[in-house]
Design a protein around this ligand. Sequence first.
Ligand SMILES: [Zn+2]
Ligand SMILES: [Zn+2]
Length: 380
Amino acid sequence: MRVSGVVSGGVRVSARRLALVTAPRTGEAFESWVDRMARVNRCPPAEVATMMGLGLRGASADVRPPLFGVRSDDVVRRSVFAATGVSDERVDAMHLSVFEGGPLSVSAVLAAGRARRPSEGREWAAVHGSRACPCCLLVSGGVWQLWWKLSCAAVCPEHRVVLLDRCPSCGWVLRWGGERPRVVPAQWVRPPTCCANSVRGRPCSQWLPAVRVSRADGGTVEAQRRWLDVACGRVRPGLGGVEVAAGEWFAALRACVILLRLGLPRVLGRLPDVPGWCARVLLEERVERGAHGGRFGWGPASARAAASFLTVVMPLLAAEDMRELSRRLAPLVRTAADEGCLAARPLARLAVPEVFAEAVAAQVPVGRSARSPWEKGSSR
Ligand SMILES: [Zn+2]
Ligand SMILES: [Zn+2]
């Protein structure tokens, strides 16, 4: 076994060459690859992580370095290369940082990750847990896709099913860890197709491909596909006929999600063609996100909620010109104005593109106290 040394902040971390290496797969999450490496080397993922020089904080407590799975750094890249021969680019591609400037802001995700109580969705990504398509897990032998960690991950475009949020046996968010959130189990091997969340000190044995899934609506699959194209940088997004930066497009999407929540339930009667299941899910989600002050700025609370938001919001954002965009946004903007919540802080904080701000401003009722959250001179 080859031994190499990596110096991290004055601490020498030893990274050994692992006996067996399984290559990362396209789109795979870093934790997923660590689990699969552990599986082939027949040792706990925490041990593999340590051998990769990942500097875990101890075997039993919170076995999660602050950047784990979010952003790699030189130390991680060098240790992983020394231990496995996997290149820097492939390591970076397994981290949430690939979505920087698009659906995520890495610094915000890291700040939320440092919070005492880890959240699911505050920064529109699950740092600890993940959603999953049981069919994909079955055919890939347990490769967890990185994009499943994003709060707008709703359906699998390939298998046309709604993603799974929680394990039906233990009830925890998938890959959350169980009673104590952690991304790397300290003691046991986590079989890539099993839940393995910790329940009273034992790994949950649920085999995830056996979990029943519901079929996704055709419109939702299409919406998820277009959303993924933008998130993965495959298409340049536009709004109202104007090309915008990916980050701005996602800010507009978030704004629509927040406006929709603010306008519930009245907005449902004003929007055309909202499927019945969407309406039901949105009302349920509103209870969860609206119950705690400030959470209505968070990402969709479940895969089904994400499916509902994508189904309703994506067609609004697909308007071909500015007038049409404004017309489609009218029900959201007017209902929020009627409810007196256009001034909500999570809205004003979003860096939406000018074309979107104008489309919204055009629908704010004249002669009332309501103002567009992005109106120049209003507090940001
Ligand atoms: Zn799938
Ligand atoms: Zn479970």
